[in-house]
Design a binder for this molecule. Structure first.
Ligand SMILES: O=C(O)CCC(=O)C(=O)O
Ligand SMILES: [Fe+2]
Length: 297
């Protein structure tokens, strides 16, 4: 596998957004930096909270072990066949009154004020994602409220994933294996330690991996597989991974996923007689369950 380092993703400025630039970034890369989103000062606080959690003794973390797609996944769990060197903690949809109780939280005695801090960052990132999704609708020549109307965002099913890569030098080159994200859109923040790479052409052999450099205070946004389906592959869900550097690393990602009952089918503006829909319509919940159940990432 080769890798190039002279590479820069497009930058979208949320304080003066231009749907044409968003469209181009999604067509060319499926990845872009998002700046001037207003959360720059929240990132260090969010990482402090993440470090507090991952610094807990293992047994406390294991008491919150992953179930129903929520909770703690330790280093090298048995299902991580690919041997990723990371531990993670998932927080599921907060607005969903039936399922919010499935979330697992460390007790107030163990980590005072952790839950409200994490809930606060969840909602703040969610707000940015919602704004971005209305711009993405405009970039596709749809009404700005389109995704909200069809249930892609109004009953949010967003998952927040806190990640910690301890920096141990294991046998694998990848500490987060190559994958594409499943849902609509992902907003990622890293602590600046390098390692994130994208592969712009997943069919090319051998794969060419390009380093995504860090921009202080920026989100790294990427298109997910369901958005690729909605847009008939006009917008790309680009494969990415984290390469081992031997350095400890923290990141966090908010995955915006449609409501389970939302049917994902080719957008009117993305198909024509000469470019018919490539995918059959699918209920988001069925698609996500299948992908989440079979994932090793
Ligand atoms: O840690 C990173 O920078 C990437 C994480 C990622 O791609 C994911 O959680 O889907
Ligand atoms: Fe990802």
């Amino acid at each position: 596998m080769t890798s190039q380092s002279t590479f820069s993703l497009p930058t979208i400025d949320l304080s003066s957004p231009n749907p044409v630039s968003i469209r181009q970034a999604c067509i060319d890369y499926g990845f872009f930096y998002l700046v001037n989103h207003g959360l720059e000062n929240d990132f260090p606080k969010a990482f402090d909270q993440s470090k507090r959690f991952f610094s807990l003794p293992l047994q406390h973390k294991l008491n919150l072990s992953y179930k129903e797609f929520r909770g703690y996944i330790p280093l090298h769990p048995t299902f991580a066949l690919l041997g990723d060197s990371k531990e993670s903690f998932y927080i599921g949809p907060l607005a969903d009154s039936t399922n919010a109780s499935l979330n697992q939280w460390p007790s107030q005695e163990l980590l005072a004020d952790w839950r409200p801090s994490i809930e606060s960052i969840y909602w703040k990132i969610f707000g940015v994602g919602k704004k971005l999704l209305s711009l993405i609708a405009l970039s596709l020549n749809m009404d700005e409220g389109f995704f909200e109307k069809i249930g892609a965002i109004n009953k949010p099913t967003a998952f927040l994933r806190l990640l910690h890569y301890p920096g141990e030098m294991g046998p694998h080159e990848e500490i987060c294996s190559a994958h594409s994200d499943f849902g609509t859109l992902t907003l990622l923040v890293t602590d600046g330690v390098s390692g994130l790479q994208i592969c712009r052409d997943k069919l090319e052999e051998p794969r060419v991996w390009e380093d995504v450099s860090h921009i202080q205070g920026a989100f790294i946004v990427n298109i997910g597989d369901l958005m690729e389906r909605w847009t008939n592959c006009l917008y790309r869900s680009t494969m990415h991974r984290v390469k081992r550097t031997g350095k400890e690393r923290y990141s966090m990602a908010l995955f915006l996923d449609p409501h389970p009952d939302c049917v994902v089918e080719c957008l009117e503006s993305c198909c024509s007689e000469t470019s018919p829909p490539r995918f059959t319509p699918i209920r988001s919940g069925d698609y996500m369950n299948e992908r989440l159940t079979n994932t090793t990432v």
